[in-house]
Design a protein around this ligand. Structure first.
Ligand SMILES: *Cc1c(COP(=O)(O)O)cnc(C)c1O
Length: 401
């Protein structure tokens, strides 16, 4: 009998990778809602506790549903190993706990997720870990910031909310020259649009809460790596520190992954349509979307991503009142800072996601009061456009009178 070759297509991995059928012959993945596992004998228990034979002991360590999710996400990223966690933030925390000690430095892109900034500046700083923040696109500044004490380089690309694009291959080379590990937060693109391991990443960080779920149901995260020794460190840290992913959430994410490639392509198509409409709107003064040739990161994004993503930010003529008016005039879009959902979301970064940084810092980061961020969902683009037009058309009329 010939063994069929495993198809390597991403969509096939998204649907098939990681499932291990039980003797019940179930078609869909089961949820193993169990905190512990039983042993065949005292000797079996001893061997499994000593990690001499493989097998489940306790769901903080391993759980079959969580393992299926880990294998599927690893397959999608083109890597061998994955450790799932209770949230994206706990994944980043465990990455730091596994790799860093007092006196170590981390070079972090300035525009990373807000809680990631706080984790480094407010919590890990108390344990003697020093974070050096570097503008994502400034390679000269990265060269300067990465020192022999730098153990980890951590970037998120595209950035939130302006979609700056970091050069992953160049940053990987700089990190490796200094003997540091290179971690990429791949939440915005997912492995469907960006494959950081092919560009030199050592670890990929995920918040499963966003596109991997895709329907805004559960909070979860993951660390992916192709390095066996690194995986062991991450796994041992997470199983001891404790932020394990729940089996129920893992099951929801497994279902989410099945449609991830299809959803991401549709997200990109819808976002492109909305972005082009925004460019032509008289009340819009600027659109930040890497799919537009006018975006400074367009060429790089076209090289290192297989799609431009679904996050758009744009500036309206006028001030904060105009921006709030556009947001408040929507009837369908969800006013929330979340993203990665089938439902389109709209937010005012200056007064929400970026409200805790000072007005000067916001200005330096290019996040003005007239900026709006839209995470484009899967409603037909015509309906998203109609909802944005409600407020935008009003601004045009008012500024003309
Ligand atoms: C949401 C998010 C995180 C944190 O993930 P949680 O699941 O909310 O803990 C990290 N990075 C990015 C880019 C995110 O959008």
């Amino acid at each position: 009998m010939t063994v069929p070759t495993v198809p390597r297509d991403l969509q096939t991995h998204a649907i098939r990778a990681g499932q291990q059928r039980t003797a019940e012959c179930e078609h869909s993945d089961p949820i193993f809602a169990t905190s512990s596992f039983i042993f065949n004998s005292a000797a079996d228990a001893a061997a499994k506790f000593a990690q001499k034979t493989p097998g489940n002991v306790y769901s903080r360590f391993t759980n079959p549903t969580v393992r299926a999710f880990e294998h599927r996400l690893a397959a999608l990223e083109g890597a061998a190993y994955c450790v799932a966690s209770a949230s994206g933030m706990s994944a980043i925390l465990c990455l730091a706990l596994a790799l860093l000690k007092v006196g170590d430095r981390v070079a972090v892109s300035t525009s990373v997720f807000g809680s990631t900034v706080s984790l480094f500046t407010k919590i890990l700083s108390r344990f003697g870990i020093i974070a050096d923040f570097v503008p994502l696109t400034d390679l000269a500044a990265w060269r300067k910031a990465i020192t022999p004490d730098t153990r980890l380089v951590f970037v998120e690309t595209p950035s939130n909310p302006l979609c700056d694009i970091g050069d992953l291959a160049a940053l990987a080379a700089l990190a490796h020259e200094a003997g540091a590990l290179f971690a990429v937060d791949n939440v915005y693109c997912t492995p469907v649009l960006q494959q950081p391991f092919a560009l030199g990443a050592d670890v990929v960080v995920h918040s499963a809460t966003k596109y991997l779920d895709g329907q805004g149901r559960c909070v979860g995260g993951a660390l992916v790596t192709d390095d066996k020794a690194l995986h062991e460190k991450l796994f041992n840290t997470l199983r001891t520190a404790g932020p394990a992913m729940s089996p129920f959430n893992a099951w929801v994410f497994l279902k989410g992954l099945e449609t991830l490639p299809l959803r991401m392509r549709a997200h990109c198509d819808h976002a492109a349509e909305v972005a082009h409409w925004l460019v032509d709107h008289p009340a819009v003064t600027k659109v930040h979307y890497p799919g537009l040739a006018s975006h400074p990161g367009h060429d790089l994004a076209a090289r290192q991503q297989s799609g431009f993503g679904a996050i758009i930010s744009f500036e309206v003529s006028g001030d904060k009142d105009s921006a709030w008016q556009v947001i408040d005039s929507t009837q369908m879009l969800s006013i929330t800072a979340n993203l990665g959902d089938v439902k389109t979301t709209i937010t005012h970064p200056a007064s929400t996601t970026h409200s805790r940084i000072s007005a000067d810092e916001r200005k330096a980061a290019g996040i003005g009061d007239e900026l709006i961020r839209v995470a484009v969902g899967l409603e037909p683009p015509a309906d998203i456009i109609a909802d944005l037009a409600r407020g935008l058309d009003h601004i045009e009329a008012r500024s003309k009178s």
